[in-house]
Design a protein around this ligand. Sequence first.
Ligand code: AMP
Ligand code: ZN
Ligand code: FE
Ligand code: FE
Length: 288
Amino acid sequence: MSRIDLHVHTAYSDGDRSPSEVVALAKETNVTTLAITDHDITSGIAEANQAGHQREIEIIPGVEVSSRFQGKETHILGYFIDPSHALLQTRLSRLRATRDTRIHDMVMRLQRLGIPIRHEDVLATAGTGSIGRPHIAHVLLQQGFVQSVREAFERYLAEGAAAYVERDLPSAEDAIAWINEAGGVAVLAHPHTAHVTDSQLERLCRTLQAAGLRGIEAWHSSHSFQQTETYRALARKLNLIVTGGSDFHGRLKPDIQVGIGRGDLCVPQEIVEPLRKLAAPPASAPRG
Ligand code: AMP
Ligand code: ZN
Ligand code: FE
Ligand code: FE
């Protein structure tokens, strides 16, 4: 049975597989359409395109932009963005700069807590891509300060934990506008992480829809069947499209596989065409 997966991370953000490796894994689970959605960066798309071409997998250029809405970190997926859009790249590069500052400050905090990890080691783990807390977790684990990534987050890195530092983030409305300006389709990622009631989620979606949001991620490795049904119903009610994906991260989330999530993920193929349609400008639209 062929599948699609519209949410994966590569080593360009906090995944640990190269784009080609992620594409190879997608082939193994019969994925025919794959969206690359790294945090605040699009650098993995070119390599994924090449690998996708070789393996006959359609690659949708994507991004997962970190933002804040009503005080909470909110992730906005952008599909079919133009990676060569200069203003989008300027914006993403500024957004990554807030990651650099924050990770540096968190390493300083850890040092003050008596955990002598070095900033250089965290930078080396992140490589050239977008740095994040998982890279600190990896160094803590490697150097024996914690026994698992989970422990690293619980003790030091999660919101409210000992070494946590808040990050400067754009508003969700701005993130949506950036995606739209770059020709993309903006979708609310993993709505369960908002931790709100159904009626609050409806209000949240209506507000973001007015700012240009076009869809909701209904299928996700961490959504129950019931949650997926709830998000699909909300999307129908608000006339939003639905998307879905595994949110694959490699070893960071070892129980999640490309295409199949924790084994039972099944994102319907039919959702790709409505997404594609929204991305394509209407044939009669004036150009320029
Ligand atoms: P950052 O982008 O630096 O704010 O780090 C957030 C990333 O860390 C998210 O994208 C998740 O993939 C990951 N993350 C958050 N909490 C945990 C956790 N408890 N265990 C493993 N990964 C986590
Ligand atoms: Zn991540
Ligand atoms: Fe996310
Ligand atoms: Fe993600």
